[in-house]
Write a protein that binds this ligand. Structure first.
Ligand code: 293
Ligand code: CA
Length: 160
């Protein structure tokens, strides 16, 4: 090696330091854009983003819209995710449908991918399959869940 090796190292050091500055600027800019894009209809929980467009429709329609957007109907896996969805319910004063149902087997609630749910937050006395026609899950402003007919119209919340 020798002189040419050293100057090559110095060149690389300058390039790394330039990139570090650019990365910091990008991170700061991204942090601001996240706040803008999440206001007021989005919530971030860990890696997951919950977002409503304000659209209301039946379960199939909500499911299709989230999927079309490259996401899926909100499917909370823990209390923090459920709380984020609850905040959107309160903000809009409209109940939402989750990406959870027992259409396949009555009483066995599953995510849209067919897996059994790992978290639930049922209201006392629910799910009751009232009148034998309740296969979908709505979220009350309390954050508690109720099984409800999939044909009812509810607010959309997708997760990405
Ligand atoms: C019944 C009894 C009510 C309950 C309701 C919901 C409907 O009317 O207490 O709130 O069913 O479960 O989804
Ligand atoms: Ca019910």
């Amino acid at each position: 090696r020798g002189d040419s090796g050293l100057s090559e190292i110095n060149l690389l050091k300058r390039q790394v330091s330039t990139l570090e500055g650019q990365l910091r600027a990008l991170q700061s800019s991204f942090s601001k854009y996240k706040k803008v894009i999440m206001f007021p209809n989005g919530r971030i929980v860990g890696e997951k983003i919950f977002m409503t467009s304000g659209y209301e429709g039946n379960f199939d329609s909500l499911k299709q819209r989230c999927s079309q957007a490259g996401g899926q109907l909100a499917s909370p896996q823990n209390a923090a995710e459920n709380a984020a969805i609850q905040q959107i319910v309160v903000l809009y004063n409209k109940l939402v449908f989750l990406g959870i149902n027992d259409i396949q087997t009555e009483g066995r609630f599953k995510y849209l991918n067919g897996e059994n749910i790992v978290y639930s937050n049922w209201q006392t006395g629910e799910p009751n399959n009232d009148k034998g026609i309740e296969d979908c899950v709505e979220v009350y402003s309390s954050g508690k869940w109720n099984d409800k007919s999939c044909g009812e119209k509810r607010l959309i919340v997708c997760e990405f």
